[in-house]
Design a protein around this ligand. Structure first.
Ligand SMILES: *Cc1c(COP(=O)(O)O)cnc(C)c1O
Length: 366
């Protein structure tokens, strides 16, 4: 029998979250509602690309990094737009983009040169990326208009179809907000025609009025919160992944006894401790310490001691009925969010979702 750990993916939660973000954007739009690129990079934030695409059937487009993922989506029958959010890295990528009519984010001169020098089977749509302060990828404001002119020349030669504008926010989930970056964006793109794409999940939910023509939500579609100060549940989002396992052992630890590597937990009274088939090799964060919430047989309790490679230990004091085989929820069901577990481990839900290991059996729930 395989270990009892598994991740269930809910298509209806993915669809619900997409609809919620879409309605939020529509409610704030003065003109037509923004369209939505569903971001499915990193194996759809750990949920499995194919499952996510099924859940996002109503999305206007899909966006990701790897051209091969895009080709697989086309092969799976996706005919609407597909965007590569880091564009192309070589001529082979450029040819694939032309063949499969991919949309490209273009962030530097080398990528423009690839478009200038590679014969393409079909025109590709392009979003030109402006660096408005993230200082990761994108043209500096001073070089943006020249880049746009180079691409507009390619559009005149039918190498490019649509030519639009995009940027990425660093502060939509913090008190920084988006006003400063939007000012740079508006000033730099003033008078240049083309669709606009600026909003990640945080901006789509908190500043939906700036989203422009195409929003780019990721994490919210998977039912986790982009914010430190607002839970996914309070936003109306539903977790798309539930990570579950079971107890595979129970220990009676005497007062003064310790649990796990490094004896990081000492029982001050005799304590029943459950051993869960879930460890850091499954993607559970090793930085989660004593006190991290875990649900056993429907009851919220706490992790005790260090997380091992294949196991972790939980305090069974509030769950006297628990026995080997009792169900355990690590996150995503029974009122326990991935964001709470992430916070206990000093990280964010994104990292935990993306880190679920290939050895964890993944199933579709509905
Ligand atoms: C990952 C990513 C997004 C989605 O961000 P979330 O915070 O998950 O909503 C949007 N745009 C770009 C360019 C990205 O890389």
């Amino acid at each position: 029998m395989p270990r009892p750990i598994h991740a269930s993916i809910s298509h209806s939660a993915l669809a619900h979250n997409l609809d919620l973000v879409r309605r939020r954007l529509a409610g704030a739009a003065s003109g037509p509602s923004p369209r939505v690129w569903a971001i499915i990079k990193a194996n759809a934030y750990g949920h499995g690309t194919q499952r996510a695409v099924a859940g996002f059937a109503a999305a206007d487009g899909l966006a990701m990094l790897d051209p091969m993922d895009a080709v697989r989506c086309r092969a799976g029958g996706w005919t609407r737009p597909i965007m590569l959010i880091e564009g192309i890295f070589d001529q082979h990528d450029a040819r694939v983009a032309g063949e499969h009519r991919l949309t490209l984010v273009i962030h530097d001169d080398a990528q423009i040169a690839l478009l200038e020098n590679t014969p393409l089977a079909h025109p590709v749509d392009v979003f030109l990326k402006l660096n408005t302060g993230m200082n990761r990828l994108g043209f500096a404001p001073g070089g943006y208009r020249a880049a746009y002119a180079r691409l507009a020349a390619l559009r005149d030669r039918d190498v490019i179809g649509l030519l639009g504008h995009m940027t990425h926010f660093y502060g939509a989930d913090t008190p920084t907000g988006v006003a400063g970056q939007m000012a740079v964006f508006r000033q730099t793109t003033a008078g240049l025609p083309g669709p606009v794409s600026v909003a990640n999940s945080a901006a789509s939910l908190r500043y939906p009025d700036v989203a422009g023509d195409w929003a780019r939500p990721g994490i919210a579609l998977y039912g986790a919160s982009p914010f430190d100060d607002q839970s996914a549940e309070s936003l109306g989002l539903r977790p798309a992944m539930a990570l579950r396992s079971a107890l595979i052992g129970v220990q009676h630890v005497p007062a003064g006894g310790t649990v796990g590597y490094g004896a990081r937990f000492t029982a001050d009274v005799p304590t029943r401790v459950g051993v869960v088939a879930c460890g850091y090799a499954d993607g559970y964060p090793r930085h989660a310490g004593t006190g991290t919430p875990v649900v056993v047989d429907g009851v919220r309790t706490r992790l005790v001691g260090r997380v091992s490679m294949d196991m972790l230990a939980v305090d069974l004091s509030p769950v006297p009925q628990a026995v080997p085989g009792s169900p355990v929820t690590l996150w995503g069901a029974d009122g326990l969010s991935v964001d709470e577990v992430a916070a206990a481990a000093g990280t964010i839900g994104y990292e935990l979702l993306c880190a679920v290991a290939p050895r964890v059996d993944m199933r579709s729930e509905d």
